[in-house]
Design a protein around this ligand. Structure first.
Ligand code: ADP
Length: 811
């Protein structure tokens, strides 16, 4: 055994002992000797021996004091001290041991004994050192293990992941705190004891829970690890979906399986929410009235909505992708290749972030589909993609086209109206001459009979032609929605009077009795379009007279108050030819002249009732007919009118009107007009056509008036000025044509009014015009005219205007 590394200090005041000891021990140990305890302690500061041999009796400090000092110092306390002393008394020996010496050897001593006892001490020290080393390591090891265990426990218990351990018998042997808290147990112990309660009888895949657990553990033991889905039945009865990872671990001499559970409830909820969100988004997208789709950076299709599928005419997105190109025509309307242009658009959209353009698709059935495409760059899964929205422009284009057509139609209807106005003027002018001159000639006495007959025929033909022109004008106005109802106050008695006046002459030579059926409670003053009301009644009455050869024609009028308005009921009946049942519906349609055979002698256009029906409808009313063919016809009309007040016409007026029927019989009507002698008067007649001037001058001349004729507006103004300044007789009235080259009638009237004198401002100006489109009458009144006489001139009408406006001035 090599002890040389052990160092022994020998402290003795006796140099001989020191030498003897040194020689005995130095071969075995490193020995240093020191005579003085003081020096010894100095040396100890830097040189600690493994064993101290110490004398007791020393002059400076005895051995007992030295040992005491050593034991009192922690640095030296553990150095073994052996006394080597001449003091051999038992008490000193005991004292030495008491003070902590490991041995007590008395002098003189034998060398081998000293050696042996020292080597024992050294051995002992070595053993002690070895034991100490060993126990130190053990302690470290044990504490390491403990700490490692602690760490593991903390890690395991504090981890939020629920963990359990099964031994090789598939018995649950441990779990962590997370497991206890996840399942709602108060601690791990309870968790281990009641763990089986968490098994529902069956798992969602239909397996029994207790069987599945074993199977899964087996799998983990065999394969090292196994992941499965599991459903727990929580203590409150709710189910908890979970994911479990089973891992085989070394345990004791064999293996165990650790299971880690992840609660999927939140995850499932989130998934559900996400699914809901996605479903909502899809719903919204699919319900969007626009096709939309996503395209990736490499122009690849990503997704689309239902509308996009419909656009292509497919049902699935896979098909959409395949057939998308089928609905893109080779060329766009601009002439560019669709494919090229599409790439350009996509690149531009990726580049700028936004692009809108028109695009034309070709539907599977070949129909061309104009669209507006809006491309927006969006982020999808961290990359730029293009969301494209496609709006069908067909409807918009159709509307635009419709508007364009409507404009054209409107334009052409205006043109038609203008044309008709012009035509009517052009036709009325020669007709004016025909009718005017005929009636002038008919008034001549001593006419040869055949001449008179012919003139009568010309007159009738002229009137028919005039009616025809009026009807055509009306119906075309109605068709163009141009006919507007005026709203004016009118008096019902005068309306009835005018109607009778106009119609009784239609009786002519026929044996017909006319009856007027009214009573005194009819409203006196109404509000509406009296001219159109007259037109309605005149149309019905004229038909009644036209289609009746003998018997009775009657007109009944009633009014009935209803809220803010009045219902006027008009009944026109006759004992004429009647209408076939199958024709009753047709007679109200345009050109609905029925029974052409039996009516061939009766003139008509078939427009009268169509116009009547439309007018009635415009007045919020209705028209109906009852008829027995060959026997009679009854037309009933109801129209709505406004009323001024609820004064009735009264007994006297009703009586007068009824009387009129008897007094103004056909004989009196056919009697010649009795014209007043107006020889005191002078009138100015303005017309651009000489024949018109001839007719009008002829008719006016019958009143013995002086008639000055001029052929233009300009001349008329001049003539007016001259009449006043030239000291001539002043005019009593001006009869003025409307349409003339140069200044027209209205401009001329204005110029006359502007002459500035009282005379020029007050003189009555009467329009004489062939422009008889409805509404023109009002226009003249609005332009400072006092009267209106449509051409051809009706002598009765002319007479009433003359009576009204040409009177002898009271001096
Ligand atoms: P028309 O100008 O031909 O009289 P209407 O529109 O006024 O045109 O009438 C249409 C058709 O209805 C007439 O052609 C005629 O056959 C029939 N009709 C109208 N009123 C009577 C009536 N009072 N009696 C018999 N037939 C009538």
């Amino acid at each position: 055994m090599d002890n040389t590394r052990y160092k022994i200090a020998l402290v003795d005041d006796n140099i001989a002992t020191l030498n003897q000891g040194k020689s005995l021990l130095q071969e075995l140990y490193r020995v240093y000797t020191v005579q003085s305890p003081v020096t010894f302690f100095e040396n100890l500061e830097h040189d600690i021996p493994d064993l101290i041999l110490l004398d007791v009796a020393m002059p400076e400090m005895d051995g007992f004091d030295v040992i005491k000092k050593l034991k009192a110092d922690a640095r030296y306390r553990d150095i073994p001290v052996m006394f080597l002393t001449a003091k051999s008394d038992e008490e000193s020996e005991r004292e030495g041991f008491r003070l902590g010496a490991v041995d007590y050897i008395t002098k003189p001593f034998s060398g081998p004994l000293l050696q042996k006892r020292i080597s024992n001490q050294i051995l002992y020290k070595r053993v002690e050192a070895a034991v100490k080393d060993y126990s130190d390591d053990l302690e470290v090891m044990v504490s390491e293990i403990t700490r490692a265990n602690e760490r593991t426990r903390i890690l395991l218990d504090k981890t939020p992941l629920c963990a359990r351990l099964w031994d090789s018998n598939r018995k649950l042997i441990d779990c962590n705190e997370a497991a206890a808290s996840l399942f709602g147990f108060k601690d791990k112990q309870e968790c281990l004891e009641r763990y089986a309660e968490l098994y529902p009888e069956y798992q969602s895949d239909g397996q029994r829970s207790d069987e599945k657990v074993i199977k899964c553990l087996d799998k983990a033991f065999n394969e090292g690890s196994y992941t499965l889905e599991w459903t727990y039945k929580m203590l409150d009865g709710t189910l908890m979906p979970a994911e479990i990872i089973l891992v085989r671990v070394e345990y004791g001499d064999g293996y165990a399986v650790a299971g880690y559970t992840r609660d999927l409830r939140e995850h499932y909820k989130m998934m559900e929410r996400m699914l809901e969100d996605e479903e909502r988004m899809h719903l919204m997208l699919d319900a969007m009235p626009m096709a939309c789709r996503l395209v990736g950076r490499n122009y690849e299709f990503i997704d689309c909505n239902q509308q996009a599928l419909d656009l292509v005419g497919v049902t699935s997105k896979e098909e959409y992708e395949k057939k998308l190109n089928d609905i893109i025509p080779e060329f766009q309307p601009c002439g560019r290749l669709s494919h090229e242009l599409k790439m350009e658009h996509l690149d531009a959209a990726f580049d700028k972030g936004y692009l809108r353009f028109e695009w034309t698709y070709k539907k599977p059935d070949g129909e061309s589909l104009p669209c507006e495409v809006t491309m927006v760059r969006v982020m999808y899964k961290g990359e730029h993609v293009i969301a494209g929205y496609i709006r069908d422009l067909r409807e918009q284009k159709a509307v635009a086209e419709e508007m364009r057509r409507a404009e054209i139609a409107e334009e052409s209807s205006k043109a038609k109206s203008r044309f008709l106005a012009n035509m009517s003027h052009e036709m009325r002018t020669p007709l004016n001459v025909v009718v005017g001159l005929t009636s002038l000639m008919l008034e001549e006495n001593n006419l040869a009979l055949n001449l008179k007959e012919n003139l009568n025929k010309i007159s009738t033909a002229g009137s028919t032609l005039l009616g025809l022109i009026n009807d055509v004008l009306d119906i075309s106005k109605i068709e163009a929605n141009k006919l507007e109802l005026a709203q004016v106050k009118y008096e019902v008695p005068s309306l009835i009077n005018d109607i009778i006046n106009l119609n009784v002459i239609r009786i002519a030579e026929k044996p017909i009795t006319f009856q007027l059926d009214i009573n005194e409670d009819i409203f006196y003053r109404l509000y509406g379009d009296d001219l159109r009301v007259k037109q309605i009644i005149n149309n019905l009455l004229s038909n009644a007279f036209k289609y009746t050869q003998k018997g009775t024609v009657s007109l009944g009028i009633k009014t009935e108050h209803s809220g803010q308005s009045v219902w006027m009921e008009i009944i026109v009946s006759d004992t004429g030819v009647g209408i076939r049942r199958e024709d009753l519906e047709k007679i109200f349609t345009d050109y609905g002249q029925v029974d052409a055979q039996s009516n061939r002698r009766v003139e008509g256009t078939g427009l009268g009732l169509a116009i009547t029906k439309r007018l009635v409808e415009m007045m919020g009313g209705e028209i109906s007919v009852e008829s027995e063919f060959g026997k009679d016809s009854v037309f009933r009309v109801r129209i709505q009118q406004g009323f001024v007040d609820n004064t009735p016409i009264g007994q006297a007026v009703a009586e007068n009107l009824r009387k009129f029927r008897y007094t103004e019989d056909k004989l009196t009507v056919s009697k010649k007009l009795v014209r007043e002698d107006l020889s005191f008067a002078k009138v100015l007649l303005v017309d651009d056509m000489q024949t018109n001037l001839d007719v009008a001058a002829g008719l006016l001349g019958k009143y013995k008036m002086r008639v000055d004729c001029v052929l233009s507006g300009e001349e008329a103004v001049e003539q007016m000025r001259r009449s006043e300044t030239g000291g001539q007789q002043l005019y009593n009235a001006i009869f003025m044509d409307h349409m003339m080259p140069g200044m027209d009638g209205i401009e001329t009237a204005k110029a006359i009014r502007n002459l500035g004198t009282e005379y020029a401002r007050k003189i009555p100006i009467i329009a004489l015009t062939a422009n008889a489109i409805a509404g023109t009458e009002d226009m003249f009144y609005a332009n400072d005219f006092q009267g209106f006489i449509p051409k051809p001139i009706n002598t009765m009408h002319l007479d009433s205007v003359i009576r009204k406006w040409i009177k002898k001035k009271e001096e």
